[in-house]
Design a protein around this ligand. Structure first.
Ligand code: UT7
Length: 335
């Protein structure tokens, strides 16, 4: 039997900081509204010409470094979770694999929106546990700034760009960093709550030309908010039951950084004190598939995570999709 263990964590944020004050010059909004409704103070946006694959490659390189590996390391499987791929076709992952010198690695993208990182983590952990690969790389990377509508102040103040990556390897059952279980789910009846209407076969085959607005990200915020709290709480509880942990045994909850009010509500539903819920969205906003590895790196760098402590990751996103993961924290330094 093989066990999947987290061996490295790397992140990359584009340098351009976009503060709430700057957004207030572009939209009818204010620092006060954004802070009280979301908890976000600033986010990063890519410069013109910079893509999701560019961010993913740098985060992947840093994750390899954190795992004591270099470009060209033996990686059997690379998955890029993203809502904002470099192109509709081909996938972003094969290009990232090539740029990292990961010769012949299986490489594909996962489109599970904000749950994508947890979905990809499960797929790579499964491949290791089944003995199909020795080592894998999971990258969550996004450039939401490229799909935000200049006419939508609500989504424009929430989302940010960034990438986070982890290396998984084969390890021992009692080793810190082990992935112990997952809970994944979806409900496609909520497909219209988060969507980019144009660009896919549904719109193309309709014979109706898409408007510029149809290419932008849309979200029905209030309905999504309620679903996010419900699904992340239920999924977390289901997973705790499956791995046999009580809430008290969880060191930290690392939830998808959607909105500070959502994170508080999920922690409350689980009976966790607020300080055990990791938050970094004040600095990066909602970075969708990149959000969990970015939050993990932030907490680890701040010294909040102890080696061996039990972590519960939980995410929710468009689809609708949701997913949770249980692991112990390894003895690694994020790069
Ligand atoms: O990452 C994947 C999943 N995503 C999420 O989980 C996000 C879930 N949703 C949310 O976080 C919240 O619903 C939002 C932050 C998107 C919106 O917050 P809300 O408290 O649900 O606000 P709302 O959409 O109900 O809007 C309340 C008011 C409205 O004005 P009226 O109708 O009450 O006069 C909006 O027009 O706030 C107004 N508003 C704004 N005002 C200033 C909406 N956006 C803004 C803005 N600045 N940026």
């Amino acid at each position: 039997m093989s066990y999947a263990v987290l061996r490295g964590l790397g992140t990359h944020l584009p340098p351009r900081r976009v503060t709430n004050a700057e957004l207030a010059t572009l939209f009818d909004t204010s620092d006060e509204w954004i802070t009280t409704r979301t908890g976000i103070k600033e986010r990063r946006w890519v410069r013109p010409g910079q893509s999701t694959g560019d961010l993913a490659t740098e985060a992947g390189r840093r994750a390899l470094k954190s795992a004591g590996l270099d470009d060209g390391a033996e990686i059997g499987l690379l998955i890029v979770a993203t809502t904002t791929p470099d192109h509709p076709c081909p996938g972003t992952a094969p290009d990232v694999a090539a740029r990292l010198g990961l010769a012949n690695a299986a490489a594909y993208d996962i489109a599970a929106v904000c749950s994508g990182f947890v979905y990809a983590l499960e797929a790579v952990a499964n491949a290791i546990e089944a003995g199909r690969v020795e080592r894998g790389l999971v990258i969550g990377a996004e450039t939401y700034s490229t799909i935000l509508s200049p006419n939508d102040r609500t989504t424009s103040v929430i989302f940010g760009d960034g990438a986070g990556a982890v290396v998984l390897g084969r390890g021992a059952p009692d080793e810190p960093g082990r992935l112990l279980g997952f809970d994944l789910g979806s409900d496609g009846t909520g497909r219209d709550l988060i969507t980019i209407p144009a660009g896919g076969s549904r719109q193309r085959s309709s014979g109706v030309a898409a408007s510029d607005d149809d290419h932008y990200f849309t979200m029905q915020g209030k309905k999504v908010f309620a679903q996010a709290v419900h699904r992340m709480s239920e999924s977390s509880l289901a997973l705790l039951g499956r791995v046999g942990w009580t809430t008290d045994q969880v060191g930290h909850l690392v939830g998808h950084q959607a909105n500070l009010r959502i994170l508080k509500a999920v922690a409350e539903q689980l009976g966790l004190e607020p300080h055990r819920s990791v938050t970094n969205l004040d600095k990066v906003g909602n970075t969708s598939a990149a959000s969990i590895p970015l939050a993990l790196a932030d907490a680890a760098t701040a010294g909040e995570l102890r080696t061996g402590e039990r972590l519960l990751l939980t995410a929710f996103g468009g689809g609708l999709t949701w997913g949770s993961a249980a692991l112990t924290w390894p003895d690694i330094t994020p790069a």
